[in-house]
Design a protein around this ligand. Structure first.
Ligand SMILES: C[S@@+](CC[C@H](N)C(=O)[O-])C[C@H]1O[C@@H](n2cnc3c(N)ncnc32)[C@H](O)[C@@H]1O
Ligand code: SF4
Length: 380
């Protein structure tokens, strides 16, 4: 894996309804969606950011949201036509799909437009939980969407599930995992529900399971997923048969990516520094000024922390070579690589002695992964 492997993130900022736990840049869709106008804005954005750059063809594309599946397949065909020449052959192209947006279950159309991986937002299979989470779908919608997608030829499907849901018992959380596994997905994202500031749940917090119950859910969940052949390769990501999400792996290995669409973030390594890019979040403002990109340079002292925050999410972390490559490329505060490594070692070595990090790779131990936040905090 080199940092020359670029990813492309494309954001779609609309949903049928806003879920009370969600702090993604998503807005309830009022009226009809002008897909042509949005695709034109995305392509103008793309051209403005790729003008005079040395970006290599994208190995991965992630169509995220919001709910990208509110757009019909021909909108994506149009988008990919505009990106012709920029996508690597066999690029992984993922689309997030909400099982509630039934009117766009044209999975045959999405597949023939070029999308080859789906991420379906199941969240739970329990009717009462789906209701509390404000979801617009039933468990049967997830099952139907999944089966239609398989029939349409999708052979790489992720299901998003959440746990530690309001008043959820361990048995209920395991039943959710079992129902997800029964569909035969290739990948599972199993997220602990977090209460994010400025969401409806932050204002009216639901009663969540106690910490001890959450640990019990996690221990049983890891065992159940492992028994079903799902290898945990990141804090919340589990893959069967090596079908890890290549797009997200690039984030965690601290690779570069271009972000287009309302509120999209990007990251690029220049000869002198690391830059983060950000687009206008408000859909209307974005549509009017899609070629506007804010660029901020990451302050050198923050780089090690940012690298650790990403790389240590991976169960295997990253190799020492990858660590040196990232540190060297980013020319930390104009120090030499040796000086940067020395700064890092002053934090890393005590963590090795405490049994929280490995010495052979820049990675946590199993114990360190359980205390990831405090390990990462040491580097920040
Ligand atoms: C952008 S959303 C996925 C696609 C689609 N919008 C949907 O919800 O079906 C990405 C995923 O993040 C997870 N997620 C969102 N908010 C979360 C929160 N507060 N805590 C834990 N997971 C969350 C959900 O599993 C969700 O499917
Ligand atoms: S459908 Fe997905 S993106 Fe939209 S509000 Fe719900 S969780 Fe957020």
């Amino acid at each position: 894996m080199t940092t020359n492997s670029w990813g492309l993130y494309v954001h779609f900022p609309w949903c049928v309804a806003k879920c009370p736990y969600c702090d993604f840049n998503s807005h309830p869709l009022r009226g009809t969606l002008d897909a042509d106008a949005y695709v034109a804005a995305l392509l103008a954005d793309f051209r403005s950011q790729t003008n005079n750059t040395s970006i290599t063809p994208f190995q991965t594309v992630f169509l995220g949201g919001g709910t990208p599946s509110l757009l019909p397949p021909d909108a994506f065909a149009q988008l990919f036509e505009g990106l012709a020449g920029w996508l690597a052959p066999n690029a992984e192209i993922t689309m997030e799909a909400n099982p509630g947006s039934r009117e766009h279950w044209d999975f045959v159309g999405y597949r023939s437009a070029g999308i080859n991986r789906l991420s379906i937002g199941a969240q739970s299979f329990a009717a009462a939980q789906l209701h509390k989470l404000g979801r617009i779908h039933q468990a049967s919608d997830t099952e139907r969407a999944f089966n239609l997608a398989r029939d349409a030829g999708f052979n790489n499907i992720n299901l998003d599930l959440m746990y530690a849901l309001p008043a959820q018992t361990t048995a209920e959380a395991m039943a959710d995992i079992n129902q997800a596994l029964a569909l035969g997905p290739d990948h599972l994202s199993w997220y602990q529900l977090t209460i994010e500031p400025k969401t409806e749940f932050a204002q009216r917090p639901p009663v969540l399971p106690e910490d001890d119950s959450i640990s019990q859910i996690e221990q049983q969940g890891y065992a159940q997923l492992a028994a079903a052949g799902f290898a945990r390769y990141e804090v919340s990501a589990y893959a069967k048969g090596k079908l890890e999400c290549q797009h997200n792996l690039n984030y965690w290995r601290f690779g570069d990516y271009l972000g287009i669409g309302a509120g999209a973030h990007g990251k690029r390594t220049t000869a002198h520094c690391l830059q983060r890019t950000q687009k206008y979040s408000q859909p209307r403002r974005y549509l009017e000024h899609s070629i506007h990109t804010e660029v901020a340079t990451v302050a050198a002292p923050d780089l090690v922390g940012e690298f650790a925050m990403n790389a240590l999410r991976l169960v295997e972390g990253v190799s020492k070579d990858r660590l040196d490559q990232a540190l060297g490329q980013q020319r930390l505060a104009a120090t030499t690589l040796a000086e940067a490594r020395q700064q890092l070692d002053e934090i890393w070595q005590p963590l090795i002695r405490k049994g929280l990090m490995r010495a052979d790779r820049f990675a946590t131990t199993a114990l360190g992964l359980q205390h990831l936040d405090s390990v990462v905090a040491e580097f920040i």
